[in-house]
Design a protein around this ligand. Sequence first.
Ligand code: ZN
Length: 199
Amino acid sequence: MKRWHRCKGTGIRKVRDRFVDKFPLADGRVLEFVFEDFPQKVCSPCGERYYEAKDLIAAEDAVTRELMARGIRDSAVFKYLRKALGLKATELADLLGVTAETISRWENGHNEADLAVWAALHFLVDDHRSGLTTTLDRLRRLVEARIPKRPVPLTLARAHGATLEALADVDSGHVIDHQAVQAWADSLGTRKPRPPPRR
Ligand SMILES: [Zn+2]
């Protein structure tokens, strides 16, 4: 902003230009993420470039996605993802059932977080980016387990009930194609459930 003052911002132009975001890993390597078409303002007299906060936030999000897609497990990435979640070390420690010191050792590279911890962190970040709390809720439930004191009434989920029916049909010999029934039963928990096999 100082330079802007000096040349009074007379030659400010809006452009879309290259923008390189550098991500230093804890091991000394520096990853470079290149945006070829990044919105910015450039001051012709002094060459100073200005970026809007919303674009920098979007760039950060793109870097987060790429770091996760590449499965890069580096202590600097761990810290970056925790910050992307907006969680303090103590808050993440509570969710993962570890101490804040353990988080700190993972983030300064003294210890390596294991794959399960990374997976939980990725799930948390994915949810956060989509505005969901699925993994957060799941972890909280695990931390605060509630053992029932009385018998718990349950109902069968419909898909499961249908599976039981089909398997009963197989047992009683009503259905001949056992494999078709099994394939159908297996598909019920997936995104593309098959139609029930014919008798
Ligand atoms: Zn200037």
